[in-house]
Design a protein around this ligand. Structure first.
Ligand code: NAD
Length: 306
């Protein structure tokens, strides 16, 4: 099988590329290295260093004729989307459109899209299912939501099959402190630099932290299943920031001194995704509990600190 992974030099895309290679696929990565790194790309994958908005990226897909396009390349930083909404929209909407056009023209069998729980915005309920109205609260959430709509209409008009995966807060090795929801990466970066991590508010706010290998497994399952579906990919469990710190302390074998800062305005108190539809449709389930995922992440980030 020949596949294209856009954003394959990034955190999640590099793990996905690795898994696809291990499954025997020929992997072409399209990435402009704006937030990803050449060193992240597993050996065996072919890097095409170009922008997803470019005619060159379209010609590449026409030439490669992949069976699947995993579209992960994005402007994935919420704060940057607020500072420069036009660039966020350009990458996430125009870039996705360019990839859709190329995929449709090349006869791609499946377009798998990396969406986000940020499309839901500030939902009053603490468990969010796909039926919840998507009312994004950031330009990043809006550009991802808009890209989803383009995918659906594109599919309706031109017959391109797709699966949209709405990820929870993903964490794991190679995540940088930038990007979406990377509190685990932020804490680990602080620990590496011997700077106390900052906890906003009382630390009892919760999120659905999902390990990157579970996200990869959902992407692999989406090649054959989930036709024209939009699915939450999370654990369904709520983990608080304090609980994360406790798990990191276990890995470190010593207490972690924190700074406390006021809660951030607009921060959601509790959020977790309802993953039941993905379980049924993809026959996928998150298999990493938070302790196991954090332990692997810690070991890869701070290997010699014990
Ligand atoms: P990342 O920043 O590590 O990876 C994004 C990759 O896309 C980078 O390698 C970057 O160089 C590339 N890229 C960006 N703009 C590009 C462009 N114009 N042309 C070509 N390549 C470009 O981010 P990540 O955390 O690995 O996120 C991957 C995907 O998953 C994104 O679509 C993101 O929105 C989505 N997502 C991430 C999370 C999370 O918690 N990390 C949660 C939900 C959704």
């Amino acid at each position: 099988m020949i596949v294209v992974v856009t954003g394959g030099a990034g955190f999640i895309g590099s793990h996905l590329s690795e898994a696809l290679l291990a499954a025997g696929a020929i992997v072409h990565v399209i990435d402009n290295l704006s937030s990803g790194y050449r060193a992240n790309i597993p050996s065996g994958a072919v890097l095409h260093e170009t922008d997803i908005r470019s005619p060159e990226a379209r010609s590449l897909i026409a030439g490669i004729r992949p069976e699947a396009v995993y579209h992960l390349a994005a402007q994935a930083d919420v704060q940057r989307s607020l500072a420069d909404p036009a660039e966020d929209a350009s990458v996430n909407v125009k870039g996705t459109l360019n990839m859709l056009k190329a995929s449709s023209e090349a006869g791609v069998r499946k377009f798998v899209f990396a969406s986000t729980s940020a499309v839901y915005g500030n939902v009053a309920k603490d468990v969010v299912s796909e039926r919840e109205k998507a009312e994004p609260m950031s330009f990043y959430g809006l550009s991802k939501r808009t890209a989803e709509q383009y995918i659906r209409i594109y599919s309706h008009l031109y017959g391109l099959d797709y699966t949209i995966l709405r990820y929870g807060n993903v964490y794991g090795p190679r995540q940088t402190p930038k990007g979406e929801g990377g509190v685990v990466a932020v804490f680990l970066d602080r620990l590496r630099r011997a700077v106390p991590p900052t906890v906003h508010g009382d630390g009892e706010q919760t999120r659905d932290f999902v390990y990157v290998k579970d996200i990869v497994a959902a992407n692999l399952a989406a090649f054959a299943r989930g036709a024209r579906e939009t699915l939450n990919v999370g654990t369904g469990r709520a983990t608080s920031v304090n609980e994360l710190l406790r798990l990191l302390e276990q890995c470190r074998g010593a207490p972690i001194a924190c700074r406390h800062a006021p809660a951030r305005a607009g921060d959601i108190r509790h959020s977790r995704l309802d993953p039941r539809r993905a379980r049924r449709v993809l026959r996928w389930e998150s298999v990493y509990d938070t302790a196991a995922g954090i332990a692997e992440t810690y070991a890869s980030t701070l290997p010699s600190s014990r």
